[in-house]
Design a protein around this ligand. Structure first.
Ligand SMILES: [Zn+2]
Length: 223
């Protein structure tokens, strides 16, 4: 009986080791030459990629090299609109312009067009879904845009809440230092727990592929 119990324990641990678990880090409101670079420093140290949802208005001669550095580290650059407006207040033509202008700036900068869109303030409706082929992304949200959410609270929200297939929603706007400190803790700890970090596109690839466009859905995870 003891032998059987030992065999079962061995098989379960072998399954846990071979059962890959994946997470995607995602960042909104960049790029910039300070906080985005600090995020990339931490990600490079641990060899993990992520997906940067950028605002077109932040793309210029100084930040294009930051985006190229991200790409060289295996990161994807995705779309967070041109000017971070409340898009439900815009006309259809204005919404299209907000999304397409940013996609073009991204493709011109890094040579790859985005596949995902995170609507500013996470406000979206069927009209927006019908305007673009991009897949809408929300994420595991720890309100790290709010300065009152401490580093400890950010760390604990992630470490106690994420599971296989989650997209972690973070912000790399200037001076969001608490999120940089959060990254320094959560990346090595989640790696120690057996998670592999991938981009949002890779996360969907390992969980069965890209969703169909215009489906009206916004995704926080890929499972
Ligand atoms: Zn934003």
């Amino acid at each position: 009986m003891k032998k059987i119990a030992l065999l079962v324990a061995f098989l379960l641990s072998a399954m846990a080791v071979s059962g890959q678990q994946y997470l995607a880090l995602s960042f909104d409101d960049g790029p910039n030459t300070t906080t985005t670079m600090q995020a990339l420093d931490v990600m490079e140290k641990y060899g993990v990629p992520g997906s940067f949802f950028v605002n077109g208005c932040n793309i210029d001669g100084e930040t294009i090299p930051v985006m190229l550095r991200a790409k060289s580290l295996g990161c994807d650059i995705e779309n967070h609109s041109q000017n971070h407006k409340h898009m439900l207040d815009l006309t259809s033509a204005e919404i299209r312009e907000e999304i397409e202008q940013t996609s073009k700036l991204i493709e011109d900068a890094v040579g790859v067009a985005p596949r995902f869109f995170r609507p500013p303030y996470l406000e979206h409706d069927s009209r927006m879904h019908n305007i673009t082929d991009l897949c809408f992304i929300y994420g595991f949200d720890l309100s790290d845009w709010n300065k009152e959410v401490t580093t400890e609270q950010r760390i604990s929200a992630i470490l106690s809440g994420v599971c296989d297939g989650d997209i972690i929603l973070l912000h790399d706007f200037k001076d969001n230092d608490q999120t940089i400190e959060t990254l320094k803790v959560i990346i090595p700890e989640l790696q120690r727990r057996g998670f592999t970090f991938v981009t949002v596109a890779e996360l969907f690839a390992v969980h069965g592929g890209m969703p169909e466009p215009h489906n009206g859905q916004i995704y926080s995870n890929a499972y």
